[in-house]
Every structure is written in C-alpha cells, then in structure tokens.
Ligand binder design. Structure first.
Ligand SMILES: [Zn+2]
Length: 65
C-alpha cells in the first residue's frame, strides 16, 4: 500500500472521528472557525466552513422568502 497520508485528503474527509491528525485539525477549524496555532488546518477549515455556511444561509433565506 502507498502511504496513507497521500491517499487521505483531509479536505475531503467526512469521517466524524477520523484519527488522522490533519483531519482532526481541519474539522476543529471547520467547526470553531478559529483556533490559533493550527494554521493550515484551521485556516482551511474556517474558509471551507465559512463559505459552506454562507451558501447554506443564503439558500435558506431564499427558500424561506
Ligand atoms: Zn480523515
């Protein structure tokens, strides 16, 4: 098998309790939006969470209007 790290892109991981460190960091950043010290994962997670939340909020607003 090849190295797991390369086959497991944390940005696409959807396992809630994934033990991979990049996934944990990414998900924490995704949920909390900010956590100093986790530069890559937190920033990437924040950006992804922000745009997804923003899109979902817009969609909900349109659906409810
Ligand atoms: Zn994962």
């Amino acid at each position: 098998m090849a190295r797991r790290d390369e086959e497991h892109p944390y940005r696409e991981c959807r396992e809630e309790d994934c033990p991979a460190f990049p996934c944990k960091v990414y998900k924490e950043g995704y949920r909390d939006g900010y956590q100093a010290g986790y530069m890559d994962g937190a920033l990437a997670g924040y950006a992804a969470g922000y745009s997804e939340g923003f899109a979902a909020g817009n969609a909900a607003a349109r659906a409810g209007a």
